[in-house]
Design a protein around this ligand. Structure first.
Ligand SMILES: NC(=O)c1ccc[n+]([C@@H]2O[C@H](COP(=O)([O-])OP(=O)(O)OC[C@H]3O[C@@H](n4cnc5c(N)ncnc54)[C@H](O)[C@@H]3O)[C@@H](O)[C@H]2O)c1
Length: 260
């Protein structure tokens, strides 16, 4: 594994969760110094891989600003931000009240905005380039039952990614997103039923659900110099699930003739 991110400090939000912890681990493996944050404490294994962990609620503008300023002044080479914190509760449309709506939209949309704005302010001050990766979701362009607030938040985060990319390009800050399909993380905060998992699996051409590592590898690519001319992109990482319909047979009357 290359050390292409050596000399760069990264902030990873949601670092106590499945995908955030994997992003922290993979960025550290590539040589980055990783400062993790979450509203929960990470377990000991995750914490051991971080240079530092600071608990922050990413929906609290003042707390986010102070946290990013502190990291920027402690680590002069702050260059990367991964916005992985998020909430994906399941609820029927008719039962999503104002508080549920605000909680999901705040964590999934306002939080990444506040973190990216604070990160950009810190980098612009020093003139250093950087990269941001937002973790969105294929739910942002494929609706499903029980996820109206979640899907709306991730669709908006896809567009926020492009807006951030356009505004921050002149400062040498690239902003991209990774949109995972279903990734098994065993989250107690965001529980997933076995029925849902089996139904999703049937629609994945590559024949398995995702792992946090699958997502983290894509994040590391977008953070690194190999992605130097990529900004405003939403990279789908879903085993092919949104490429098409796996349930349909070939449409012709005859079986397709094999090539060759
Ligand atoms: N697991 C999947 O199938 C999947 C698929 C697509 C997208 N995603 C996205 O990936 C990201 C990570 O999800 P995960 O699957 O690792 O879930 P997870 O529950 O393991 O991790 C999410 C983390 O975000 C933190 N968090 C939530 N709100 C916060 C807040 N206001 N302030 C600080 N931290 C907060 C939680 O404490 C938790 O540790 C989320 O944005 C999620 O929407 C997950």
């Amino acid at each position: 594994m290359g050390r292409g991110l050596a000399g760069r400090t990264a902030i990873v939000t949601g670092a106590a969760g499945g995908i955030g912890a994997a992003c922290a681990r993979v960025l550290a493996d590539r040589g980055a110094v990783v400062v993790g944050t979450d509203m929960r404490n990470p377990d000991d294994v995750v914490r051991a891989g971080l240079s530092e962990f600071t608990p922050v609620d990413i929906t609290d503008a003042a707390a986010v600003h102070d946290f990013v300023e502190t990291v920027a002044s402690s680590y002069g080479d702050l260059a990367l931000l991964v916005n992985a914190a998020g909430l994906y509760p399941s609820a029927n449309l008719t039962e999503i009240g104002g508080d549920d709506w605000d909680r999901v939209l705040s964590a999934n949309l306002k939080g990444p905005h506040l973190c990216t704005a604070a990160f950009a302010r810190a980098l612009v001050k020093t003139g250093r380039p950087g990269a941001v990766v937002n973790i969105t979701s294929t739910a942002g362009f494929r609706a499903r039952a029980g996820a109206a607030h979640y899907s709306a938040s991730k669709a908006a985060l896809n567009m926020l990614t492009r807006s951030q990319a356009i505004e921050l390009a002149r400062h040498g800050i690239r902003v991209n997103a990774v949109a995972p399909g279903y990734v098994k993380v065993g989250s107690t905060l965001n529980p997933i039923s076995g029925d849902y998992e089996r139904a999703v699996l049937a629609g994945i051409p590559l024949g398995r659900v995702g792992t946090p590592q699958d997502v983290a590898e894509a994040v590391a690519f977008l953070c690194g110099d190999a992605a130097r001319w990529i900004t405003g992109e939403v990279l789908v990482v879903d085993g092919g699930a949104s490429a098409g319909n796996t349930q349909l047979p070939p449409s012709g009357a005859e079986e397709p003739v094999p090539c060759g």
